[in-house]
Write a new protein. Structure first.
Lengths: 387, 157
């Protein structure tokens, strides 16, 4: 067995679960996490006592021991946490998948529970009077929020490639159109047109309100097991075909524009290794879920993962390629911009639905789905496929 | 939420000299004493040769704007009344591999928020100044160079 075959297709996502999504939900983050995990285990048809591996975010506030003793898990054999917020979910899943593929554990749960609907929960608002880490080089100047850091690159991108706000708008508008058909999406009842986008208030010029993800509450959970056990589960398994994490040379978290080429992000490091481990290449991908806390991240990711050439993503989005029936349907649940913002965990559940054939915006005969995480942080990506 | 502008800690051994330089009106970039590699922001070690003998080189007080943003609320209480303001990334002259974050200001006295965003464009020439934020913090900021004709603005690559 070559090292590249050690993980390929040997594990699968067999259960997905979620809570309601909203703002200021009544339940606590722990209660939401428990409900989402219970729903995911029911979806898989796996008993809670069989769970022996956990994966979560370092930013998760619900500790593993609380999760395990609330849900009645068995003895645990593997638990890992992955850092960097929006960059984490594929790493959390991939690490649990590796533990299962190696035989260290049998059934894994990955979850994210978050009440982010309250503006006081904004991370950037928690900055201290004196800064001792890398943020000291930007925040005293007024570059204080993630959106500012992404806007800096987007303006340069527009300058370099002649990209327009209308082209960027296509990301938000396409995802809103998907959300309108997703009964779980927070923005399902909110129609949005180009004029709405162009007239929206600026948050960090050139980025407006609709280039920003939602601020929302909810929880999502994912159940993984070995592929040979997946046949006993309730739904068609989504095989974990390829996985990598990535951090580029000289990467600096979010303020990632000090390296030789600021547009060669951590996604480029993830991409090279991901495709090396995959039987598929970018043109083979049927549908993609691309991390979208801010709409430019979709464009930068399309380029770094090789779905188009350098400087071509804005025109690709503007041409309708990401929408229904397009060359590469992207964020078919509405994504973080229009379904819910849970640090990208909803991109995973939507990928699984596409493989099962149960998405509200089903891509016909989708046999595989690409998932990425935040382009501006250390990150990771997965390719799921049908058995 | 803090009410004041967040400030850097200025006594970290890796970058104490940078803030000392700012206090004296000089903008410094870290330069490895062993191999000459230059970097910003400063680090504890030179990634090119693993030396910890890192020195400093003074930057020219002029540069060009690589990109910029114009933040609008919601913002920290100290920044909200200044919005919309301009913050950029500047390439100091003679240091093509270095990009530094800097507020774009009309003058040191007027501070953050004193330049109209409509007057700024990528490629504009900039002149260094220091905005005093605290007794121990002089922030390196940049003033648009009025002597810069529009024709001097950077062409698209």
């Amino acid at each position: 067995m070559s090292d590249r075959a050690a993980l390929k297709d040997r594990t699968a996502i067999v259960g997905i679960g979620q809570t309601e999504f909203g703002k200021n939900l009544e339940h606590t983050e722990l209660q939401l996490a428990c409900m989402a995990i219970r729903n995911a285990l029911d979806d898989a048809g796996i008993d809670a006592s069989d769970v022996d591996a956990l994966g979560c975010f370092t930013q998760e506030t619900t500790p593993e021991f609380e999760i395990a003793r609330n849900l009645g898990f068995g003895e645990l054999h593997f638990f890992s946490q992955v850092a960097h917020g929006g960059g984490a979910v594929c790493g959390a899943i991939g690490q649990v998948a590796m533990a299962i593929a190696l035989g260290i554990a049998k059934v894994g749960v990955v979850w994210r529970s978050r009440k982010r609907g309250d503006p006081s929960k904004r991370q950037w608002a928690g900055v201290q009077p004196r800064i001792d880490d890398h943020w000291k080089w930007s925040r005293p100047h007024g570059l204080s929020r993630p959106v500012d850091e992404v806007a800096m690159l987007m303006r340069r991108y527009m300058h370099d490639h002649g990209a327009t706000r209308e082209q960027l708008a296509a990301v938000a508008l396409t995802q809103r159109a998907y959300a309108r058909r997703n009964p779980d999406a927070l923005m399902r009842d909110r129609e949005m047109g180009l004029e709405d986008y162009l007239e929206a208030r600026m948050i960090s010029d050139p980025l407006c309100l609709f280039d920003n993800c939602l601020e929302s509450d909810g929880a999502i959970a994912i159940v993984l097991t070995a592929t040979d056990r997946a046949a006993d589960c309730r739904h068609r398994p989504a095989l974990i075909h390829a996985f990598s994490q990535g951090m580029s040379r000289e990467h600096q978290l979010m303020t990632d524009y000090h390296g030789a080429d600021p547009f060669v992000s951590s996604s480029s490091a993830t991409a090279r290794n991901l495709w090396r481990h995959s039987d598929l290449a970018p043109p083979d991908i049927d549908v993609a879920q691309i991390y979208d806390a801010f709409s430019p991240l979709v464009l930068f990711s399309l380029e770094n993962y090789g779905f188009c050439g350098r400087g071509e993503a804005a025109a690709m989005a503007g041409s309708g390629a990401l929408g229904e029936g397009g060359q590469l349907p992207v964020n078919t649940s509405g994504g973080s911009l229009s379904e819910v913002y849970l640090h990208g965990a909803n991109l995973v559940t939507e990928a699984v639905r596409q493989i099962r054939g149960t998405s509200p915006n089903q891509v016909s005969d989708a046999r595989n789905c690409f998932i990425s995480t935040c382009d501006s942080t250390p990150n990771g990506a997965l390719i799921l496929r049908r058995q | 939420m803090i009410e004041s502008i967040p400030l850097p800690i200025v006594d970290d051994p890796a970058d104490r000299a940078f803030w000392q330089g700012c206090d004296e009106g000089r903008l410094l970039v870290q330069a490895c004493k062993q191999c000459g590699h230059r970097q910003h922001p400063p680090r504890a070690m030179c990634p090119a040769c693993r030396s910890m003998e890192l020195g400093w080189q003074e930057c020219a007080p002029t540069g060009r704007l690589w990109s910029y943003v114009v933040p609008h609320p919601p913002l920290l209480p100290a920044f909200a009344p200044l919005a919309p303001y301009v913050v950029g990334l500047i390439i100091p002259d003679g240091l093509p591999g270095i990009r530094m974050v800097g507020a774009i200001v009309a003058s040191a006295e007027e501070g953050i928020g004193s330049v109209a965003p409509a007057e700024i464009a990528i490629g504009d020439r900039m002149r260094l100044t220091f905005v005093r934020l605290a007794e121990d913090v002089a922030l390196p900021c940049w003033v648009p160079d009025a002597a810069c004709a529009p024709s001097e603005r950077e062409e698209k690559p």
